[in-house]
Design a protein around this ligand. Structure first.
Ligand SMILES: [Zn+2]
Length: 198
């Protein structure tokens, strides 16, 4: 296993429950935020060998992955999926075969980020796991005690689907027309509550 930064890593935000850096609301951090130990060591390296799933930047604000800015995800040969978000630039393409330690891009601050850092996420069977043990930074959060709850987006979407305000599934959600002013107000209010829940 190769650490994302050559000089080593420092954790700036652990996996698990935290205060959202933008809204202050309690939320679930599905990855771990890292900076390099040596300033300027911003090349992000692949932890294991694998194949690139996505190398892109989503700009549609309705798509939650737009929060990731420039990101690279790959399917590791160990069966896990690795995510690297907020990159300044990307160095690999979708479908490309990558070796362990290969440069995936340069860490940056694209998307929803308050500073230059790497959001590093590992999923097993689609479920985010705490990367701290994997990275050798110890159990700094105890987060494995609780499974990652659903993100506010999923919760809001599930509610809006149940209410008939949205239709579709997953990333294919759309407003169920006609959507009255009353329904829209209720939807926005519910979103507001979810965003500010503590
Ligand atoms: Zn993060």
């Amino acid at each position: 296993m190769t650490l994302p930064f050559e000089s080593g890593i420092r954790v700036t935000s652990p996996f698990g429950a935290r205060r959202d850096p933008f809204t202050g609301a309690l939320s679930e951090h599905t990855g771990i935020d890292l900076v390099p130990l040596r300033e300027g060591d911003l090349a992000v390296r692949a932890a294991v060998s694998g194949s690139v799933l996505q190398s892109r930047m989503v700009t549609d604000p309705m798509n939650r992955t737009s929060e990731w800015g420039n990101y690279v995800s790959f399917l590791g040969d160990d069966g896990r999926v690795y995510y690297h978000c907020h990159l300044a630039s990307r160095a690999v393409s979708q479908g490309e075969r990558i070796a362990e330690g290969q440069a995936l891009g340069v860490a940056g601050q694209t998307g929803r980020a308050t500073g230059v850092h790497l959001h590093f996420e590992i999923r097993e069977g689609g479920v985010p796991i705490d990367p701290s043990a994997f990275l050798g930074v110890g159990n700094i959060t105890g987060a494995e005690k609780s499974p990652a709850p659903r993100m506010w987006y999923d919760e809001a979407a599930a509610w809006a689907l149940d209410s008939g305000i949205l239709r579709g599934t997953g990333d294919g959600l759309a407003l169920n027309e006609p959507c009255t002013r009353g329904m829209t107000v209720v939807f926005l209010h519910r979103l507001w509550e979810l965003l500010h829940r503590t």
